[in-house]
Design a protein around this ligand. Sequence first.
Ligand code: DAH
Length: 349
Amino acid sequence: MEKDEIKKLLEEVSTTFAKVQDKKELEQIKVEYMGKNGKISLINQKIKDVPTEERKDFGIKINELKNEFNSLYKEKLEEIENKEINELLNKESIDVTLPGTKINVGNHHPIERIIESLETLLMSMGYDVVEGPEVEKDLYNFELLNLPKGHPARDAQDTFYIKGEEYLLRSQTSPVQVRCMLEKKGEEAIRIICPGKTYRRDEDDATHSHQFTQMEGLLIDKNITLGDLKGTFEEIAKMLFGKNRETRFRPSFYPFTEPSVEMDISCFNCNSKGCHICKGTGWITVGGAGMVNPIVLKNCGYDPEVWNGFAFGFGIERLAMLKYGIEDIRVFYVNHDLNVLKQFDRREY
Ligand code: DAH
């Protein structure tokens, strides 16, 4: 009778395993058959009731049942594990034919490009690049540059003052000239350019911004002429705008230079026919310059009987607008848009 039971269990075990789906069910079956009160364990206990002559045979049958169970169990476990691995592989597989993710690469801002190309040219002409603080003393920004308090030319540079009247946000990069001359104590020739941010209480419009960028230049030596300044400006204009762009000097006034000039470039937008950008004149002023005023030399410790030189100041935004055909200065700041930057080739200046 027990033998029949074993036979029945053998069949039952193989149909049960066939239905198993996962590891949890597999473990339940193990408990159900092989656990302490499992079906196989219980039938095993019946060996003591089997007549002695049949016991051996019974034992063999039970072992067969157990072996069968164990091998089915092993087989099923392997099958489930393989299935799990395959599922995982399918889920994590990489489709190498999919298009890749485009990585955005940084680019130089037009302002930076102009500064760098000016630096490269002027450094090749023996100039050093010098920087000064943006929070500056009135003394350096105005006073020693021959702009004493109450001087009408101060009004043209509507200034952001800090802490009363002593400190300000520099309205020009010219104070770096003063700092440099004071440092050299009137004893050495100087060739410097000073790029940097400047600030004025301007209303922002197409050509004005309350924060903008200038590059100052200063050359102090002996027997320097206005012709040296003109030659230098022409090199700069050619480098930035090519041979076709025309340049001119116009008499002007700056308290720190004597004589003073405006440095003009023919209008890029209308080829000097007259348009809204050049305000109908055909020319755009890109900077001011002149021979360093002897008063400034003296103020900064240089003997005007021995030393002379020239100074110039460029508006970098203006140069960038001319060079890249940008009509509104706000493109650089307020309406800042990556699509503008993306138009510039990374390698080309
Ligand atoms: N600092 C002047 C300005 O902001 C520009 C300038 C003019 C600088 C003449 C100079 C110069 O060095 O000689 O308008």
